[in-house]
Each structure stands twice: as structure tokens, then as C-alpha cells.
Design a protein around this ligand. Structure first.
Ligand SMILES: *Cc1c(COP(=O)(O)O)cnc(C)c1O
Length: 248
């Protein structure tokens, strides 16, 4: 596990990169939320990151979130001001863990999950800020609601709008916006176009909704978060740039 000094230096460097990318695109740096991805790392690392100033943490597996959050809360208390983000795809039999332990969920991708999650949230009386994951690129990932041809295909756009609006009407779910993953190992200009198309889709979706708060947009990881910020990300999900290689 990383040393506290190194972690503070990494955090500082990630923050500087966020500031520069925001400045380049004329955005306020505080319009970008850094979600520190702690998957595979122990609760002690979350505490170390908390002490360095981080407040948003991301886990991709609900079991791991359900195990880690209570341990962190025993160490820091329940009112430490931490926001827990579940960032990975959810299987329908795991919705209860998400409903019980996540504050935000970035990877909603189908109706079955909407129904189960909402039922679980009604039961436990919690609310979940939720992003709908869209598949823009079609490359290397099957995750996400299919929007690969959304500009040309009105049926695809309508399906997305219907899915988003019906999820927003379900009790317990606060629909925040869209999330996307860039394809792996692909040229920066293609990554940029995936992010740009996600941003334009988010804008289109906004135009279809009744007046309300601006939709948020979760995109960008260690290798591409600066491009994501330049293209309009409001949430970036960063692990390795903060904590080093997992399992390393
Ligand atoms: C692991 C993960 C990240 C962070 O990846 P890094 O390359 O470590 O920054 C972001 N989003 C999701 C959905 C992940 O599973």
C-alpha cells in the first residue's frame, strides 16, 4: 500500500491536472468532482485518503462496498462527510447491497435494475443519486445502454429518454445524468470523440426534460480524465493516478 506522503503528492498532482484541464476549457475547477476509486484496496487506504482531503470514494463491486464502508465508519465515524459511489455494473440479485450502502450509483443500465433498486430503496427508506450508463463506442465493452448510433437513430434516442424518465419517476431514485466509459487502448482523438458524443447526448437529454438542475456527466479515469474534463465531465473516477497500480 502507498505511503501517506506519496498519496498526498499524487493527490496534489491530480488536483493540479484537474485545475489545468478545467482552466483550458473555461470551466470552474470545483465543477468537477473527483471520485477516488479505492476498489481492491483496504479500508485503511480510504482513511489515509480521507486524511489527505478526499471525500468521494468509488467501489465497483457492491460486496466490497458493503464490507468496506462499515469498517471505514468505525474508524472515522458515520458523520465524516464521505460520499460512497458504486461505479460498476450491478447484477439484479445485488441491488439490495447498492440500496443499503451506496450514496451514488454510476452504472444503471437496464429496467430490471430500476425496478429492483427502487423497491429496495422504498424498503430501506434511502435515496440513491443515479447515473444512467450509456454505451457510446461499442468497443471493448458491452456495458451500458446502447447509444452507439444515437445521432442518426431516433429510436435509440427515444429509448434512452424513456428509460431515463421512467427511472426518474421511480421512488428512491434521483436521476443525475449519464455515465460513460471510454474504450481501452484507443487513440486520444477517438476517446475525445466518445466523451464529446456523451456530452452532446447528455445535453440532448436535458433538452427533453422539464426545466430542472443541470444534468451531471460521469466520465474519465486515470488515463483520460483530462480529456473528459475538457469535454464536460462533472465527475471523474480515478484510481491508479492516486493510489498506484492495483495488486502492485
Ligand atoms: C476501476 C474503475 C475506474 C478507475 O480506473 P483507474 O484506471 O484506476 O483510474 C473508473 N471507473 C470504473 C467503472 C472502474 O471500474
Amino acid at each position: 500500500m502507498i505511503e501517506p506522503d506519496q498519496l498526498r503528492a499524487n493527490y496534489e498532482s491530480v488536483r493540479e491536472r484537474i485545475w489545468s484541464a478545467a482552466a483550458r476549457s473555461g470551466r470552474a475547477p470545483d465543477s468537477v468532482t473527483l471520485v477516488a476509486v479505492t476498489k481492491t484496496w483496504p479500508a485503511e487506504l480510504v482513511v489515509m485518503a480521507y486524511e489527505a482531503g478526499m471525500r468521494h470514494f468509488g467501489e465497483n463491486r457492491p460486496e466490497e462496498l458493503a464490507a468496506k464502508r462499515p469498517v471505514v465508519e468505525t474508524m472515522l465515524g458515520q458523520d465524516a462527510g464521505i460520499h460512497w459511489h458504486l461505479i460498476g455494473t450491478l447484477q439484479s440479485r445485488k441491488t439490495r447491497l447498492a440500496a443499503d450502502y451506496a450514496d451514488r450509483f454510476h452504472a444503471l443500465d437496464r429496467d430490471k435494475i430500476v425496478r429492483r433498486l427502487s423497491a429496495d430503496l422504498v424498503e430501506n427508506g434511502r435515496r440513491l443519486v443515479t447515473f444512467l450508463e450509456v454505451n457510446i463506442s461499442g468497443e471493448s465493452t458491452k456495458a451500458g445502454f446502447d447509444c452507439r448510433e444515437w445521432e442518426a437513430n431516433a429510436t435509440e434516442r427515444e429509448a434512452l429518454r424513456t428509460m431515463f424518465v421512467s427511472a426518474a419517476e421511480m421512488p428512491g431514485l434521483d436521476m443525475a445524468g449519464l455515465m460513460t466509459m471510454a474504450p481501452w487502448d484507443i487513440a486520444p482523438d477517438i476517446i475525445r470523440s466518445v466523451f464529446r458524443r456523451s456530452r452532446l447526448l447528455n445535453d440532448w437529454l436535458q433538452s427533453q426534460l422539464p426545466a430542472g438542475p443541470p444534468l451531471q456527466l460521469s466520465m474519465g479515469m486515470t488515463d483520460d480524465f483530462e480529456i473528459a474534463i475538457e469535454e464536460g465531465a462533472t465527475h471523474i473516477r480515478v484510481g491508479r493516478a492516486l493510489f498506484g497500480e492495483r495488486g502492485g
